[in-house]
Structures are given as C-alpha cells and as structure tokens.
Design a protein around this ligand. Structure first.
Ligand code: 23J
Ligand code: MN
Length: 261
C-alpha cells in the first residue's frame, strides 16, 4: 500500500465495512454546557445563549436561524498559543493562521480513570507517562496526548465543575508533566475536564501550567473531550476542526478520532 490513493481508498473501505470507525470526541454544545469558573478577581466567560432571528414566521417565513453568543472557550474547545501571554509572539498562533496539516495528528491516550476516580485532584506526572511509554512506546513528536479521566461521564454540571469553597477540584497535568510533553514535542494536550489545567492549578507555579507552558511552546490544547474510553492507547488519528476566527484564541471544536474498530 505504498500508493497514497490506495491508502485513502483503504480507509474509506474500512469505514464502510466496519474495520475502521470514527469516534466523536465532542460534547453537545448548548445552554446547559458548563463553563469554567475562574477565581473571582478575574473576568468570567459567558456560556452559550441564543436568540431567534426568525423561525418560519413574519421575520422569515421560510427559514429558521439564530444568533448565538458564547465565550471562545465554551464546551469542547481548542486552545491556541495566542490564548496565553506566553504564546502571544509564537508564529501561526491564532485559529486563522494554524497550518491546516496541524489539524490532523496521531493520538496517545493516557488512562488515568482509576486514579481520577480515587482522587479528584489527581495530577498526571512524568513518572506516570514514563510507565505508559514502557508499555506503549515513546510518545511521538507531533502527536496529541489526551488524558482520560472519565470526567466526561459526570453529566451533572455541578459534579463536572466540582466547585468548592476553595475553587474547582478536577484532575489535570502537573507542571513537570507539561515540561515532559514539551520535551517530547507533542502537538498538544487534551482533557475531559472544563479546561486543560487541573482544578486547583491557579495555586501552581507557574499558575495554570498547561496554558502557561504549552502555549508558550507554540502547542495547542483541547478541553471538555468525551468518549476517550473508546480509543486505543496508540494508533488512532485525531482530526480537530475549530472555527477559523480571525485572531481567535480558541473556539468550540469538532474533534473526530479515526481508529480501528
Ligand atoms: C482562562 C484562564 C484560565 C483557564 C482558562 C482560561 C481555560 O481553562 C480555558 O478554557 O482556556 S484554566
Ligand atoms: Mn480554553
């Protein structure tokens, strides 16, 4: 199968006959979609709302359409390097300037579901990643690393955000984990939680280390993913399709994995 057109034909045949499948890693986006709560000294992002422009009525008898309002970082979404001050001078750092080939990449899935069930503040560490690499091979440069926590199975918004008096409690990467992934030269890091950083990461040094370090290195983030339990540890391909907003720091994204069934 050295002929590229045969490779593509093989993929399409596999999808038709069921040996290859697509997994949708995207949560539905609507008024109920939870949004991140930052510490109160910072401005907050609005969730999703919509207003009808017309709905088969006087304002447009034959058509229905809405105006939507939402923060760029709502629901299943893509974080660009320009989202963070550390990434503001990176080349191709906004949604309209990311090279299109960066929107397709191999994916490594790190299963921390047991650890995250036992400890809602579980942090992914380099030691955990090294053990994963012993079992599955070195994380390839240019690949996505997705942290499976099964957090997306928390369908109740309060349980998903898990806000307490001292802020949010949810798993995420440690500072050293992110340094390790940058050394591996990954495409980016993704999570099932509302943001790419752990709930208590405002207390880390640097604050929000995934954002601070990953975007500072020109890499991307994915948040509020689901269905990671349907992916193998290696071998799947991820297609990420955020909106092409001029100067955009992030946007809701449709994320598909292509994997063997
Ligand atoms: C702004 C400040 C802190 C965080 C975030 C945004 C996100 O998680 C986000 O959605 O990018 S932690
Ligand atoms: Mn974001």
């Amino acid at each position: 199968m050295s002929n590229p057109s045969q490779v593509l034909e093989h993929v399409l045949n596999g999808l038709t006959h069921g040996s290859i499948k697509m997994v949708d890693l995207t949560q539905p986006l609507g008024e109920e979609t939870p949004v991140i709560a930052l510490p109160p000294e910072f401005a907050q992002s609005p969730g999703f709302t919509r207003e009808v422009i017309s709905r088969y009525d006087d304002k447009g008898p034959g058509w229905h359409w809405n105006t939507i309002t939402l923060g760029e970082h709502t629901g299943t979404h893509f974080d660009t390097p320009s989202h963070w001050v550390t990434g503001k001078d990176q080349p191709h750092n906004t949604l309209d300037s990311i090279p299109v080939q960066n929107h397709i990449a191999p994916v490594c899935v790190i299963d921390t579901s047991k650890e995250s069930a036992d400890d809602e503040d579980f942090l992914l560490t380099p030691e955990f990643l090294e053990k994963w690499e012993q079992a599955h091979g070195r994380i390839p440069a240019g690949s996505w690393v997705l942290m499976r926590t099964d957090w997306s199975k928390r369908t109740d918004a309060d349980a998903f955000l898990n806000l307490k008096e001292d802020g949010a409690h949810c798993p995420g990467p440690s500072v050293e984990c992110i340094r390790f992934l940058i050394e591996r030269d990954v495409a980016g890091f993704g999570t099932e939680t509302v943001g790419t950083d752990a709930g208590q990461s405002h207390l880390f040094d640097p604050m929000f280390p995934c954002h601070h370090l990953i975007h500072g290195a020109g890499k991307y983030g994915l948040a509020s993913l689901c269905n990671l339990d349907q992916l193998p540890p290696t071998g799947a391909i991820l297609i990420t399709a955020p909106m092409k907003i001029v100067g955009g720091s992030g946007s809701p994204v449709r994320v598909f994995a292509i994997t063997s069934a």
